[in-house]
Design a protein around this ligand. Sequence first.
Ligand code: 8YV
Length: 325
Amino acid sequence: MPAKVLVTRRQFEDQMDRLRAEADITVLTRPEPATREELLEAVKGVTGIFAHITDRIDADVMDAAGDSLKVIAEFGVGYDNIDTAAANERNIAVGNTPGVLTETTADFAFALIQSAARRLAESDRFVRRGEWKWFDPLDLLGLDINGSTLGIVGMGRIGSSVAKRAAASGMRVIYFNRNRADEEHGAELAGSLDDLLAESDFVTLHCPLTPETQGLISTSQLQKMQNHAVLINTARGPVVDMEALTDALGSGEIAYAALDVTDPEPIPTDHRLLEMENVTLLPHIASATVGTRKKMSEMTVDNILAALRGELPPNCVNSDQINWG
Ligand code: 8YV
């Protein structure tokens, strides 16, 4: 009997065909995510789960799948939705898709820096509302990118790629990271997060969501930032305390935010941020190009197929924690 694999969202058909050739697959093709109850039911007896950010894969899901479960392959580089400690205890491999989305996500983060600096979303709304009556030399003034300071929080692959773009655009770049980055592209390591926040005109977040980074940017950090400063978040929503950010944007503590990720996702339609002009809100699309999403799908399938053959996934985040003999 072929192994069973659950794919929790609709995916590229050519990649589903690759899975189908070696497994009995169930694809939850509805556009919306499965409910918790549906997920707990759908995982029963599977060997692999092709998971997405919308799925909380915790011990209960692993136990609902049962002893057959060998691999959880995340469609994405961040895997904070998977309880890796529970996977380690159960000898389950956790896979992800590093590298393939680095440049695409860095392109997007830099696009947000530029569009926030020049108030593109706000200006577009201004024109659509019919408020553009005449040229005004003093209206909708933005910030210069060139000559300004960019602070990068989390200088891994994506942070480093953003640094490369910023340096090419004439920005001074500083970063905060546990260690000195492999590729600095001329960026300087800041003495502390507070130093980075105080010195930066733009702050962009590229750290994973962990217990240490949850709520990393809250009231006291926002107070350290300059009043004209811009915060960009393409990492994970809970890295920023959303209520503190909303207050800081409302009071003028900081000038602008561009958020591709929020907490929760989607942001509730009655959230105060939706009424505010000095924020751009986007639906978690930093890696959303045709080419990159196809490669992410392919890598996720590669991770599952390897596990079905008894090999560790090529991109396995817990290979040192599990024992597959
Ligand atoms: C994905 C992401 O779109 O890779 C990540 O960590 O946040 C995005 O690229 C998301 O994970 C979809 O599951």
